[in-house]
Design a protein around this ligand. Structure first.
Ligand SMILES: *[C@@H]1O[C@H](CO)[C@@H](O)[C@H](O)[C@H]1NC(C)=O
Ligand SMILES: *[C@@H]1O[C@H](CO)[C@@H](O)[C@H](O)[C@H]1NC(C)=O
Length: 325
């Protein structure tokens, strides 16, 4: 009899513990991925990346496509790309309690566009940025010789800050020529607003500063982003090509235009360096640099097996997250 009561109590306790604890320990908020230029969600690199991180973290990952992917990533201006992405995230009920954004290269412009400009969008918790051109780029990403590139080259022959180019060549929206800042401030249709460069909109800053973590991954051998330090908000000084200033010495930071400084002082900005070329990341680096932010409450809950050290001497599995023409 005593044994029977014990078993009943034990079983009930077991069920209660299971029901109350399991859902919480495995709880992870979803994440969305925005791919880079010339790419699309269906391509192997991006889909594998999204699926691996989903598998490892136990959280649902979605790659959100804007327009048709490749073509629109070159030719649709960012105001429009952002507006489309904003409508998409608002329609996804899975995101309503919060989600993380992973931006790949140019996809960071969309990710930040949503974070800052998307009125009524679901709350963004962490922004994990791989090779993001946050402070601008000083030359256009290499294209190649496809039909797309012929059109790109044609547009680049025209004035980059003209209305026409701004409306028809997406990367023109974040090109910042350090020796042509007057034209940039007058003509560039996206980055100055995104970085609160001229008109400081406190709403954008508030939204940006509300991030739990801003994870900035720079690729040591990046040859696409000029300068590669833009991934950390570093850039050329105004009016000069001389040196690249570290983020902390830029006006964006010292005057805290959008909240990078506030976040940094609160210990919420992670400046991380991956060892490869543009968007070439190893599984070890993904586990070390990205995964902790996809798992609720960070590192503490990661099983030991997740802490794989990169650069262990063994040739590691690597993902290339960009297509080359
Ligand atoms: C993710 O997990 C599923 C189910 O176990 C598996 O079929 C798939 O191959 C995994 N994806 C990757 C990219 O490893
Ligand atoms: C700042 O941005 C918000 C949100 O988009 C907008 O409602 C507001 O009008 C903007 N304020 C200024 C001064 O431009």
């Amino acid at each position: 009899m005593a044994l029977k009561s014990f078993l009943i109590i034990f079983t009930s306790l077991f069920i209660i513990i299971t029901l109350t604890c399991i859902p919480r320990t495995t709880y992870a908020i979803p994440f969305v991925v925005f791919h880079g230029i010339s790419d699309k969600c269906r391509n192997k690199g991006v889909s594998q990346f999204t699926e691996l991180l989903s598998n490892w973290s136990g959280s649902q990952g979605y790659c959100i496509e804007i327009g048709n992917g490749e073509w629109d990533s070159w030719f649709m201006p960012f105001k429009k790309q952002t507006a489309i992405a904003c409508e998409k995230v608002k329609k996804m009920s899975e995101l309503k309690d919060g989600y993380n954004i992973i931006g790949l290269s140019q996809g960071n412009m969309v990710g930040r566009g949503i974070l800052e400009f998307c009125d009524g969008g679901p709350p963004v918790r962490n922004l994990i940025s791989l090779a993001g051109p946050h402070a601008g780029i000083a030359s256009v990403p290499f294209c190649g010789s496809t039909v797309v590139c012929i059109l790109v080259d044609f547009l680049l022959e025209l004035a980059v800050y003209s209305n026409f180019v701004q409306e028809h060549l997406a990367p023109a929206n974040y090109i910042k020529i350090p020796t042509d800042l007057d034209d940039y401030r007058k003509g560039c249709k996206f980055l100055p607003e995104l970085n609160n460069e001229m008109h400081r909109n406190s709403t954008y800053k508030e939204r940006f500063s509300s991030l739990q973590n801003l994870v900035l991954i720079m690729f040591e051998k990046d040859q696409i982003l000029v300068p590669k330090e833009t991934s950390w908000f570093g850039y050329y000084p105004d009016g000069s090509w001389s040196t690249v200033l570290p983020a902390q010495e830029t006006t964006l930071y010292t005057e805290d235009w959008i909240g990078v400084k506030s976040l940094d002082e609160a210990g919420k900005v992670k400046f991380l360096k991956a060892s490869g070329y543009h968007l070439e990341i190893s599984y070890g680096e993904m586990k070390e640099y990205i995964l902790p932010y996809l798992v609720e409450n960070g590192q503490r809950r990661l099983p030991d097996s997740y802490h794989v050290r990169p650069f262990s001497g063994l040739k590691e599995a690597t993902i290339k997250l960009h297509t080359s023409n």
